[in-house]
Design a binder for this molecule. Structure first.
Ligand code: ME8
Length: 645
């Protein structure tokens, strides 16, 4: 069977964060699961590169939109392998092939009369890149971006979405699993009770040039969603490539609830207008929150995948995200829960079962899989639990219930750990007469571990590969043919290998990020909490309290002059927002003339000190690389005196 799974294509106006990583880990896990259950899988992700937000972010960085998109798109592409996320295709909306496909689809839909020109006034949220209805606002703000939308009136092209409303309602009703989980299906159906408006699909080039030109009117570019959603077709070579015929009928999309409407309403109606069947299923998950607020680049409270991988490793990160969130509901990220799970579930439960079992095989059976004798009732109970685990794991995976799929595995891990205690193989080993019993117990443990490893492949590919290698398993995983009891082959050499997961110290690891290093920023309106944990033990680290004593501010340089008899020092007059003098050792790198007007970051609360006779009230931050020195700067215009947090 074929299977096609996609993530949203992510905007390139900011770097990848945990939210993007979660969706991508889901898609990767499912594609690995589908592969080991005999499917031919295509997994697609990519980046969404047109629109106001991107053009604006590029402008702030002082580069062209394309250069900016190239840079951030590469970050997404390079981040995924660090999380063992292995898409088959990475699509970019700036790919020529995509642009051609979007234009040919626009022509087709236009020719058949589903696109018309009209005037429109509406409430536009730049964050969502769409018009919101008054009903969607909370206290006048977009509920996701916490900002009021702008009222925009302009002439534009519209897609006759309303024409397909009845068809869509009928399709959702007759295909109960079209939108999952059910709460989102209900949400869409309830939205569809009101008459559907047509969809504005263009922007005048006077307002936005960074988009795909409409083939029938070059004074307009296409609206982001009409461009973005089509990626799911372009990536398959629509309309005439064999991959399209193979994979489109089995397409499944994974998204978070922020983009439910474009996927559940715009997209199926666009497909209907094109004469294509809708995708097979839409899987909608909730938000990762920090302090109860959605983790998002526009709010700035993000946790980056690189920090997680560095702190916890790939597999612990994947495990945590899949185990902690109930698919469809929101979840909170915290280092504390992450560390607790790693220590309890991975290091203790799984790690101990694995290392104890293999160590006993090494000690009592010279590192070779023993023979199994007849199973006692207790052996049989574990064997039954392990084979039932496969069935229940598979059922939960099929239903995108990742936390329950993992619970099914951990139930067996826990049973197996108890089995070790009650059977005490180290006692059996003392009596040669009990040798057959010892061997059966150890065989039962190894076989249970083999089945556990089989289930872990899609979740923690690296760990499962290490476990397989220790267990002497050389065949690639196949859940269909390898899930019967008895697959472990006696006399196979096994080895203990290094510990699967190290135990983590709680506060020392948790503190730096929880208390406000760049990885997280307090959400607006939240008071900074006092650090409660003791200072980290590692040398060289400072506590958040120590860091907080340093007051960093944005300062505008309004004057600069050389200091007599010094080759190194410049006397800077800055506004921060009060005027002050700062002496900076930058004369070998910057001429005084080039400095006024620049905004830099300063340490504002240093005790004044005299340098070459001039009193300095603070310090300018700069970066050094060999002999080079580059002044700090801010990425967008901001008032002098703004605090840097
Ligand atoms: O919406 N929790 O791109 P985007 C969970 N380009 N998932 C999160 C999340 C969070 N806090 N934050 C982001 C776009 N995500 C469009 C999509 S598709 C044709 C076009 C994930 O960069 C989640 O998958 O804003 C969400 O749907 C997506 O990132 C939004 O990514």
């Amino acid at each position: 069977m074929s299977y096609y799974i996609t993530t949203p294509i992510f905007y390139v106006n900011a770097q990848p964060h945990l939210g993007h990583a979660y969706t991508s880990i889901i898609a990767d896990t499912i594609s690995r699961y589908k592969r080991i259950t005999g499917n031919t899988v295509r997994f697609q992700t990519g980046t969404d590169e047109h629109g106001d937000k991107i053009a604006e972010a590029a402008g702030q960085s002082g580069v062209s939109p394309k250069e900016y998109a190239d840079r951030i798109s590469a970050m997404f592409r390079e981040t995924w392998p660090t999380l063992d996320i292995a898409p088959d295709h990475f699509i970019r909306t700036t790919d020529q092939e995509h642009i051609r496909t979007v234009q040919s689809i626009l022509t087709k839909v236009h020719d058949q009369g589903d696109i018309y020109f009209s005037e429109y006034t509406g409430l536009y949220c730049k964050g969502c890149e769409r018009f919101l209805t008054a009903k969607e606002l909370v206290d006048g703000n977009c509920p996701d971006h916490l900002k009021p939308p702008a009222e925009i009136a302009e002439q534009n092209y519209f897609f006759r979405m309303s024409r397909y409303q009845d068809w869509l309602i009928d399709h959702i009703k007759t295909n109960p699993d079209f939108i999952q989980p059910e709460r989102y299906r209900n949400e869409v159906l309830s939205f569809l009770k009101e008459p559907l408006e047509d969809l504005c699909i263009s922007r005048p080039t006077s307002r936005l040039t960074w988009g795909i030109p409409l083939p029938f009117d070059d004074k307009f570019v296409t609206y982001v969603w009409f461009d973005a959603l089509i990626n799911y077709l372009t990536g398959l070579g629509y309309p005439d490539q064999p991959d399209f015929d193979e994979y489109w009928p089995v397409a499944e999309h994974v998204i978070a609830k922020d983009i439910l409407k474009p996927h559940a309403i715009y997209w199926p109606t666009m497909l209907k207008s094109l004469g294509l069947p809708p995708f097979r299923r839409l899987h909608v998950h909730g938000y990762w929150n920090i302090d109860g607020i959605k983790m998002s680049k526009s709010i700035g409270n993000v946790v980056g995948p690189a920090q997680l991988v560095e702190q916890y490793g790939v597999d612990a990160t994947r495990y945590f995200l899949l185990r902690e969130m109930t698919f469809g509901l929101d979840s909170s990220f915290s280092d504390e829960v992450m560390i607790t799970r790693q220590n309890a579930d991975l290091s203790n439960d799984l790690g101990n079962l694995f290392s104890r079992s293999l160590t006993m095989v090494a000690n009592f059976c010279e590192g070779r899989v023993p023979q199994t004798g007849p199973l006692t009732e207790e052996d049989q109970a574990l064997a039954d639990a392990a084979t039932t685990m496969i069935t229940s794991f598979s059922a939960h995976m099929e239903a995108f219930e990742f936390n329950r799929a993992l619970q099914a595995i951990w139930q067996v891990i826990s049973l197996a750990n108890k089995y070790i205690v009650t059977n005490a193989p180290w006692e059996l080993a003392k009596d040669p007469a009990l040798r057959p019993r010892l061997e059966t117990v150890l065989y039962t443990l190894l076989e249970t571990l083999r089945l556990i490893t089989l289930c872990l492949h899609p979740i923690m590919p690296g760990t499962a590969a290490r476990m397989s290698s220790s267990l002497g398993i050389i065949t690639p995983p196949d859940l269909l043919s390898q899930s019967n009891w008895g697959g472990t082959i006696p006399a196979t050499a096994v080895n203990t290998g290094p510990a699967l997961f190290p135990r983590l110290k709680k506060q020392a690891t948790a503190e730096p990020r929880q208390e406000g290093t760049p990885a997280t920023k307090k959400a607006p309106g939240k008071k900074d909490s006092k650090p409660t944990s003791p200072p980290p033990s590692s040398e060289g680290l400072i506590t958040f309290d120590q860091f907080r004593q340093t007051e960093l501010r944005v300062a505008e340089i309004i004057g600069a002059e050389r200091i007599a008899k010094s080759d190194r020092l410049l006397k800077l007059t800055v506004k921060a927002p009060e005027e002050r003098i700062i002496v900076a050792g930058i004369a070998e790198h910057y001429a005084p003339e080039e400095l006024p007007g620049r905004k830099v970051i300063i340490v504002a609360n240093l005790k004044p000190t005299k340098l070459m006779g001039v009193e300095s009230h603070g310090m300018v931050l700069a970066a050094k690389e060999g002999d080079r020195l580059v002044l700090s700067a801010v990425a967008a215009d901001i008032a002098p005196g703004s605090r840097v947090a």
